[in-house]
Design a protein around this ligand. Structure first.
Ligand code: 13P
Length: 205
């Protein structure tokens, strides 16, 4: 789960029904975040979605778009859903152009249609990407039960040494170069062979 986001919500009159339908579909997800909207859009969402609280700015034509733009400039908004009506003339067009412009400058996700709002919600509601797990290959194990494995994560290689249980030692990870320069034992020789095979592309699967 992402930490709570602050999401800006705006729709022109001809698109309010789409914003409401979207908010109803995503009500459970939106309820976990902090919402701020221009006057009428905020009212409509609260009426249609009983569990949502939306911080109200002025109505768009009265300066609400500019207020939201100022929040974005100050880094206070993580995503903007602005369902824009491209088919009508708007006296305050300069205001919402400026709102979209500062959102793009801030680099936040911006959805201007119901379809893109859907993708924004899908993307932002996904769990944060898991930290990549290393892939391991056995390098060498000694007769007394010590194990050395080569770990590879995001192209970076390291050596994981797991001492035998009886020794009570702890598992350590060492950089490959550092490991190779630390000795000439059978585990070092085995790793050199493995690396050479990787380079030549002849490593066993
Ligand atoms: O006009 C708007 C965006 O430009 C939206 O304003 P309202 O949410 O107050 O209708």
């Amino acid at each position: 789960m992402h930490p709570p986001l602050r999401i800006g919500l705006v729709a022109h009159d001809a698109k309010k029904a789409e914003l409401i339908a979207w908010a109803q579909r995503w009500e459970d997800w939106l309820a976990r975040h902090s919402l701020v909207g221009t006057g009428t859009s905020a009212d409509d969402i609260e009426q249609a979605c009983p569990s949502l609280r939306v911080e109200h700015l002025r109505s768009g034509p009265d300066g609400g778009d500019m207020q939201l733009g100022a929040w974005i400039v100050d880094g206070g908004i993580d995503a903007l859903v602005f369902l824009l009506d491209p088919a009508s003339a708007h006296a305050h067009e300069a205001d919402f152009r400026a709102l979209i412009r500062v959102a793009l400058i801030a680099g936040i996700p911006v959805a201007l249609s119901e379809a893109s709002a859907e993708h924004l919600a899908i993307g932002m509601s996904l769990p944060a990407p898991a930290v990549a797990e290393p892939e391991f290959r056995e390098i060498y194990s000694s007769s007394n039960g010590d194990h050395w494995r080569l770990g590879i994560v995001r192209g970076r290689m390291f050596v994981r040494h797991q001492p035998n249980a009886a020794s009570g030692g702890t598992t350590t990870d060492t950089d490959v170069e550092q490991f190779l320069s630390s000795g000439t034992g059978p585990e070092h020789q085995a790793l050199r062979r493995m690396i050479e095979q990787r380079r030549r592309g002849t490593e066993a699967p």
